[in-house]
Ligand binder design. Structure first.
Ligand SMILES: [Zn+2]
Ligand SMILES: [Zn+2]
Ligand SMILES: [Zn+2]
Ligand SMILES: [Zn+2]
Length: 361
């Protein structure tokens, strides 16, 4: 991620909704893909303050009304936007129950993580869309909480009187249990599952990676996928999952996989490796724009990996200096790099022409 500047000269960060110095409203312009101060007002419409852009804008409904977003929508020449939601919020089909104040804060954290992931998906030119955009499978998000008959006396859906929301992906529908936005609960789950890290942004990257398997591999590139990740039909996913939770990962997983969880099944290996690739791109982009060196993301794959190794060593030593956990924990061993190279080629092959990733080589 990069930083941006307000017209007054102050730095603007990706999550800002206001400039701390001049008080201007700030928002993400989808035309120039910059976080800018917004000139104008809600009634007459806003204008992007980037002199090279100047697009007419309106705030996303979830910014203007719900205050959980900071993105804008470009106004067409007619002045009337065709959608009230931004390019991230438009995929939501279920949002948390907002009669509970804690839920709004959880939703705000969830949307912030989601926008960060979409920024880099769009930087790479990775496609995504709804049914109305002609996408199969169509992408959607559900943000739900566990349902308990004690808290909610009405009977509920298919699950009788109790429903535990499973975070996951199915046919383009990504479900996030909003408890993942509670840092105490998330840490409890991280320890329970023996994970190095557990974060909202990590959930979005992982589940979007499953979406990309369905969108880009399924029925299109399955043979090439098998050659790198193994046969996803054998053993069946349910059998592999049962074995993983009964026996744990193989002792040598660190020599073959990007995480212990990746060893469960080729689908999880793909999702974890795709996630690792998105992490690498985001980290290199951030390091480059903050003056920490490195080539950014517009270089060849081998240079990206070399820069990421150097950056990871530096960041881990910095964290140890501050008494924190290692920041980068994925082993960058030969077999993982081979799978990352496959992801890099896949991203290059599918990127939407005209996107900013066209200079990736
Ligand atoms: Zn300012
Ligand atoms: Zn703009
Ligand atoms: Zn929005
Ligand atoms: Zn998964």
């Amino acid at each position: 991620m990069r930083t941006f500047h307000c017209s007054c000269g102050e730095i603007l960060f990706f999550d800002n909704t206001q400039c701390v110095t001049c008080g201007s409203d700030a928002g993400f312009c989808p035309v120039c893909r910059m976080l800018v101060d917004l000139q104008g007002n809600a009634e007459s419409g806003y204008r992007c303050s980037n002199p090279a852009c100047g697009a007419g804008l309106t705030k996303c409904h979830n910014y203007q009304i719900e205050q959980v977003c900071n993105r804008c929508i470009a106004l067409p020449p007619s002045g009337q936007p065709t959608e009230i939601f931004c390019s991230c919020c438009r995929y939501n089909t279920v949002i948390p129950n907002l009669t509970n104040d804690d839920n709004r804060e959880k939703w705000r954290r969830i949307e912030a993580a989601k926008r960060r992931v979409f920024y880099h998906l769009d930087l790479l030119g990775l496609p995504h869309g709804k049914a109305s955009d002609g996408f199969v499978p169509p992408l959607s998000f559900e943000f739900k909480e566990d349902f308990s008959s004690l808290e909610n006396p009405q009977p509920m859906g298919d699950f009788g009187e109790y429903e535990t929301v499973m975070t996951g992906h199915l046919n383009g529908k990504i479900t996030i249990n909003i408890q993942e936005a509670d840092s105490v609960e998330r840490e409890r789950l991280r320890v329970h599952f023996g994970e190095q890290h557990r974060s909202l942004i990590g959930h979005f990257r992982h589940e979007m990676s499953h979406y990309y398997w369905d969108l880009l591999i399924k029925g299109k590139r399955e043979e090439a996928f098998k050659a790198v990740f193994g046969d996803h039909n054998n053993p069946p996913y349910a059998d592999a999952m049962r074995r993983h939770y009964q026996q744990g990962p193989p002792n040598d997983w660190g020599t073959r996989y990007t995480s212990a969880y990746a060893s469960m099944h080729p689908w999880e290996d793909f999702a974890e490796t795709f996630t690792a690739y998105l992490e690498m791109v985001a980290a290199l982009d951030t390091a480059f724009h903050l003056g920490l060196g490195g080539p950014g993301v517009y270089v060849n794959f081998d240079e990206m990996v070399a820069a990421y190794k150097r950056l990871g060593m530096a960041m881990n030593e910095m964290n140890r200096t501050m008494g924190l956990k290692d920041l980068m924990t994925r082993p960058l061993v030969a077999s993982v790099i081979k799978k990352l190279r496959y992801i890099h080629q896949l991203v290059r092959n599918v990127h939407v022409p005209g996107s900013t990733s066209s200079s990736i080589n």
